[in-house]
Every structure is written in structure tokens, then in C-alpha cells.
Design a protein around this ligand. Structure first.
Ligand code: HEM
Length: 415
């Protein structure tokens, strides 16, 4: 049997991906479309340096003495406005190294698998059963619930508090409403960053709104920090010597960085596998071959979707990149989506690309702390779909006005 990817299927997959960017934010769609024909790096009015070459992006992200994420243009600048001045130490100052060094073993691959499986509970067995029974399953919803369950477990969120809210808004038709509500709040929080590509200063109203959400989602963190057992994330934070403020900061960061990104990757990789026709090949594989191909599907899904499509930096000292002089005070927007997807469409035949490596998780000292968790979520959710055989997409709706491009609804059915 030949599993070659037909050209039309590849185009459909690429077209559906492109629609998600435009729906999330027309500015994002326009920027990434323009990036396809743009030079490796260019200075644009109001935005600053935009860079789409993966080697140049890596060079910039690795140059910690010349760039920072704390000044205007970096994500730390946003968070300092919401969380307070201590962010300057914990997000990019000496406290950052201390936090990363101590938090490392919390996010190891071995821990991630077990943490994600425990968070998923019986959710995915039910999903496989429904697909086997010929029912349609909303893969985007499954991704959001998975992520909501994981974040609730990591942060010790009081799920009962969100259950009432979910029931009131009609989200609780299957016992997972609280997780939908928690995800919705985290998504609302990330919306403060929508439209900040040209300016990361927030209005007082946006700051007040975001602070209310953070207070609600992290309300139980201090108590959990003090009383949770050493097997939990917050208990471990305490045992490792992280302060309560650092633990709350880490919790908030995970809410922002680890919810929309991971659920976006789950929905979009599910769609890419079906749209490109390659889900049949993956589902036909068994044992070690299936596991190996699934890892490639996850890597390709992350590369092609790059759920964090841009990474911002503030230039703190003059430096040269590719013969251009970047000046202190300039801002840099790394077009990670364009850099990663530029190598071509989703393909299970694509080998490891040293140029992009895992640029979808960033590079340097801010490299994603939750990458093992994200990959474990993808492995588990896609694995549960595959257990019912290959699938097709029967209905899809892109999410509109969101920071992270995603499917709002992605109905799949076994074929
Ligand atoms: C597919 C899913 C994910 C993607 C694509 C992603 C991407 C990224 C990227 C690009 C960065 C670097 C940002 C920068 O340099 O400015 C980052 C940082 C981070 N991510 Fe992720 N992320 C994902 C999932 C997660 C998850 C599941 C968690 C935890 C629950 C998480 C926690 C973090 C944290 C804490 C940081 C900050 C690290 C630091 O500044 O030292 N991420 N992520």
C-alpha cells in the first residue's frame, strides 16, 4: 500500500491551517502571509525588527546579554504589569535561574507522562468508546478539557467553584463543565495579549480585568503551597525551596503558557492528520512502529502549527544580527510560525530538521518549561483517537479573536 501524501490533501491541510491564523486575528494572518515572501529580517514601522529565518531567531533568543523579555516588546513586560515588580527577578533576573534549576525535575519526561495520565482520568477511554460506536467527537473540546484537567491538578484549583459557573453557562452536560470553565478563564486571560505586537503596554482596564481572572484561578495556590503533599507540583515547589510568591508566579505562568498552546496543538494536529490523509498510515501501524510514527506526528504537528506563533524580545544592548545593527530599546518579533512551517507541510516522512530543531518551544533560557507535559498530552489524546482507528473531520469552526490560533469546534468521526 502506498502512503504518499497527495498534493491536493497537502494543500487542503495548509489552507485549513492558514484560515485559523486569519480567524484568530487578521493582523496575524497578514503578518504570516507577508512573511512567506519577506526577507530573513526587516525593520517595520511600529512593530520593530521582524525575523523569520530560524537560524537568526535562534541567535537572537540565545543572546541573553543583548535581549530580554522584560522590556517593552517582551512577554515579561506584559506580566510585570499584571503580577508586579518581582517578575523582574523571577522571569529574567537572577531569580529566573534559581527558579528554573529548582523546577527542572518537576517537568521531566517521566513525571510528565504520569502527571498527564492522572489528570486525564477516564476522559479518554470514554472518547475512544464513542468513536468506536460511530459517534462524532469534538476533538477541540477534548483538547480543552484535557488541558483544563491538567492545569487544575497542577495548581490545585478548586474545581467545585467552577462547577457552578459551568452549570450556569450550559457547559456542564457531561461532568467536564468545570474544566471547560477553567480553560475559558485561562483563555480570557491570554486575550490581554491580543493586539500587543506593536505595543506591550496595557490599559488600566485590561490590567484590572486580567488581575481579577488571575486572582480567581490562583485563589487556592497559597493554601496548596503550604499544605499540599510533596508529590504535587505546589508541594514540590515548597520542598525545593521556592518561595510562595515564586510558586504563585510559576502557577500563573503555566496558566498563560500551557493552556491555549497545548489544546491548540491537539486540535490542529488531529485535523492535519486527517486533512493530509496521513492518519490512515498512522492508524495502520502497530506496536513500536505506531509509537515511532506518533512521535513524528507530534513533532510535525508542533512544527507546522507552532501554537506560540511569535516570540517578542526587547533589545537591551546594541548588537549585530546578519549584518544589521539592532539598537538598545528596539523591539524584536520572531515569527516562529513562519520560520517553522517554512520547511513545508505536515509529513510523516519528514526527518528531524536541525535548523528548526524545537523552535516551537523557543530557545535559550526561556525554552518552554512544559514541553514534556505538552508532548505527553498530545501522545495521550491522539493515542486515544487512534485506538478507534483512522478518522475524518466532519465539521470545523475556527476560534475568533484569540491569542493562540485554534479550532473552536472540530468534529471527527472514525472511518
Ligand atoms: C504545545 C504546547 C506549548 C507550546 C508551543 C509552548 C511554547 C512556549 C514558548 C515558545 C515559550 C518561550 C517563550 C519566550 O521565550 O518568550 C514557552 C515558555 C514557557 N512555557 Fe510553554 N508551550 C507549550 C506548553 C506548555 C505547557 C503545557 C506548560 C506548563 C503547564 C508550559 C509552560 C511554560 C513556561 C512556564 C514557560 C516560561 C519559561 C521561562 O520563561 O523560563 N508550556 N512555551
Amino acid at each position: 500500500m502506498s502512503f504518499a501524501v497527495p498534493g491536493r490533501a497537502g494543500l487542503t491541510a495548509a489552507w485549513n491551517e492558514r484560515r485559523l491564523l486569519w480567524a484568530a486575528h487578521p493582523g496575524l494572518g497578514a503578518l504570516m502571509t507577508a512573511a512567506q515572501v519577506a526577507p530573513a529580517m526587516a525593520k517595520l514601522p511600529r512593530i520593530g525588527w521582524v525575523v523569520r529565518d530560524p537560524r537568526l531567531i535562534r541567535k537572537i533568543l540565545l543572546d541573553h546579554s543583548s535581549t530580554t523579555l522584560l522590556g517593552e516588546g517582551g512577554v515579561g513586560h506584559l506580566w510585570a504589569q499584571l503580577l508586579g515588580e518581582w517578575v523582574h527577578d523571577s522571569f529574567d533576573g537572577p531569580g529566573h535561574l534559581r527558579l528554573r534549576t529548582r523546577a527542572k525535575d518537576l517537568f521531566s519526561q517521566a513525571r510528565a507522562e504520569a502527571t498527564v495520565a492522572a489528570a486525564a482520568g477516564d476522559l479518554l477511554a470514554g472518547v475512544t468508546e464513542r468513536l468506536r460506536a460511530g459517534e462524532a467527537v469534538d476533538a477541540a473540546d477534548v483538547g480543552r478539557i484535557m488541558v483544563g484537567r491538567l492545569i487544575s491538578q497542577l495548581l490545585g484549583v478548586d474545581v467545585a467553584h467552577f462547577r457552578g459557573r459551568a452549570a450556569a453557562s450550559g457547559l456542564d452536560f457531561d461532568g467536564n463543565g468545570a474544566y471547560r470553565a477553567i480553560f475559558a478563564q485561562a483563555e480570557e486571560l491570554t486575550k490581554v495579549a491580543v493586539g500587543t505586537t506593536g505595543d506591550t503596554r496595557l490599559s488600566p482596564a485590561a490590567i484590572a480585568h486580567a488581575r481579577r481572572i488571575i486572582a480567581e484561578l490562583t485563589a487556592d495556590v497559597p493554601e496548596n503551597y503550604r499544605n499540599a503533599g510533596p508529590a504535587t507540583l505546589l508541594g514540590r515547589c515548597r520542598e525545593l525551596g521556592l518561595s510562595e510568591t515564586e510558586a504563585t508566579g510559576l502557577a500563573t505562568l503555566m496558566l498563560v503558557a500551557g493552556t491555549g498552546t497545548a489544546s491548540s496543538a491537539i486540535g490542529r494536529t488531529t485535523a492535519l492528520l486527517a486533512d493530509s490523509g496521513q492518519v490512515r498510515r498512522l492508524a495502520a501501524a502497530t506496536g513500536a512502529d505506531r509509537a515511532e510514527l506518533l512521535e513524528i506526528a507530534i513533532r510535525e504537528g508542533l512544527r507546522v502549527t507552532s501554537p506560540a506563533p511569535m516570540i517578542g524580545r526587547h533589545v537591551r544592548a546594541d548588537f549585530d544580527v546578519d549584518g544589521r545593527r539592532l539598537r538598545a530599546g528596539d523591539r524584536v518579533v520572531a515569527l516562529v510560525y513562519a520560520a517553522n512551517s517554512g520547511a513545508g507541510g505536515f509529513s510523516l516522512d519528514r526527518g528531524y530538521l536541525p535548523e528548526t530543531r524545537q523552535l516551537w518551544f523557543g530557545a535559550g533560557r526561556h525554552l518552554c518549561l512544559g514541553s514534556s507535559l505538552a508532548k505527553a498530552e498530545l501522545r495521550l489524546v491522539l493515542g486515544s483517537f487512534l485506538d478507534a482507528g483512522p478518522w475524518r473531520v466532519v465539521e470545523r469552526t475556527p476560534a475568533r479573536g484569540v491569542l493562540i490560533p485554534a479550532y473552536r469546534r472540530l468534529l471527527i468521526k472514525s472511518v
